[in-house]
Design a protein around this ligand. Structure first.
Ligand code: NAD
Ligand code: TYD
Length: 332
């Protein structure tokens, strides 16, 4: 089996490469990644010397780069590559449209040309928009509210259309929020943990009452593996845990674990168009035999410990370009 994983130097792509290569020592894995600010080859140190692993630096929106990564062919493509941060999409949407929409189109065209047997699009629950009560299922209409979620929704529509029009073997996943080791410290959990480890306050948007559903890295890897093995082509699978938390619940848990008090909270201006609540129904995926294994608390403790033990990893990131973004975002 030869698989192309795009965006494999990022948070979840790198976790998936390490997971799947440990499970299948005979699989060949090609990682195509542009190495944007979010891509970090240090995430892949443990597989970089493996003879079945190859890294290609390139852009999913460039068809020559994609052809180079596919070489003489691959059996499967899993598209993790994307611009992923909502706040960045509000500041500068351009790269989101280029990578998330045009990049997905370029990959779909390549999958068609090279007769790939399975193409998995890693997408998000954010395409459905916000829901006050209940949860979205796979048939719910898309109502994206940020340039990020709109670009992911555009890509998902293309995936669906390529299945319907060309019978391309596509499967789409909509996952709730990921957390775990190697997440870039711009997202809620790693930002708050690393800020507190540095003795800085944590910027809570509005009153922190928005809700998200959360999945630990390892559980997401297992869900994608189950979909690769048992998912039906042309189908859509929500990947959710039911672990719903307000941002304030998460903030208080992290504060407590790190021995900090609530004076470390700084209430800042709310995000424009801020989605109130995401929640998805993942019954269909459970039908494939998957269920989350980590409790929310266990996953969060493991995550906090990873950041405590890997200061060199995030300290290097939290300098240079990062500081410029942070200043733009939080005004200091
Ligand atoms: P990330 O931002 O940590 O990493 C993205 C990776 O994609 C980086 O390595 C980056 O270099 C690479 N990349 C960006 N543009 C590229 C391009 N044009 N060509 C090639 N590589 C490029 O992302 P993540 O948080 O691990 O998310 C992975 C996927 O999962 C994304 O598709 C995202 O939309 C989706 N997703 C994320 C979450 C979440 O909570 N983070 C939830 C649901 C779905
Ligand atoms: P984030 O990690 O950016 O993921 P997403 O917006 O894709 O769900 O944010 C998670 C929640 O945390 C979201 O409601 C916004 C909030 N948040 C803050 O309150 N402060 C912050 O500094 C960040 C980055 C997020």
């Amino acid at each position: 089996m030869k698989i192309l994983i795009t965006g494999g130097a990022g948070f979840m792509g790198s976790n998936f490469i390490k997971y799947i290569m440990a499970k299948h020592s005979d699989w060949q894995v090609v990682n195509l990644d542009k190495l944007t600010y979010a891509g970090n080859l240090e995430n892949l140190a443990e597989v970089s010397q493996n003879k079945n692993y190859a890294f290609i630096k390139g852009d999913i929106a460039n068809k020559e780069d994609v052809a180079r990564a596919i070489g003489e062919g691959v059996d499967k493509i899993i598209n993790y590559a994307a611009e992923t941060h909502v706040d960045r999409s509000i500041l500068e949407p351009d790269a989101f449209i280029k990578t998330d929409v045009f990049g997905t189109y370029t990959l779909l065209e390549a999958a068609r040309k090279y007769n790939v047997a399975q193409y998995i699009q890693i997408s998000t629950d954010e395409v459905f928009g916000s829901i006050k009560e209940g949860s979205f299922d796979e048939q719910s209409p898309f109502e994206p509210n940020s340039p990020y979620s709109a670009s992911k929704a555009g890509a998902d529509h293309l995936c669906r259309a390529y299945f319907k029009t060309y019978n391309l073997p596509v499967i789409i996943t909509h996952s709730c929020n990921f957390y775990g080791p190697n997440q870039y410290p711009e997202k809620l959990i790693p930002l708050f943990v690393t800020n507190l480890l540095e003795g800085k306050k944590v910027p809570v948007y509005g009153q922190g009452q928005q809700m998200r559903e959360w999945i630990f890295t390892q559980d997401h890897c297992k869900a994608v593996e189950a979909i690769m093995e048992k998912g039906q082509l042309g189908e859509v699978y929500n990947i959710g845990t039911g672990y719903e938390k307000t941002n304030m619940e998460i903030t208080k848990f992290i504060l407590q674990e790190l021995g900090c008090g609530e004076e470390m909270i700084e209430y800042v201006k709310d995000r424009p168009g801020h989605d109130w609540r995401y929640a998805i129904n993942s019954k269909k995926l459970r039908g494939l035999g998957w269920q989350p294994e980590s409790s929310w608390e266990e996953g969060l403790r493991r995550t906090i410990n990873w950041y405590k033990e890997n200061e060199a990893w995030w300290k290097k990131i939290k300098s240079g370009e990062y500081l410029e973004y942070y200043k733009k975002q939080y005004g200091k």
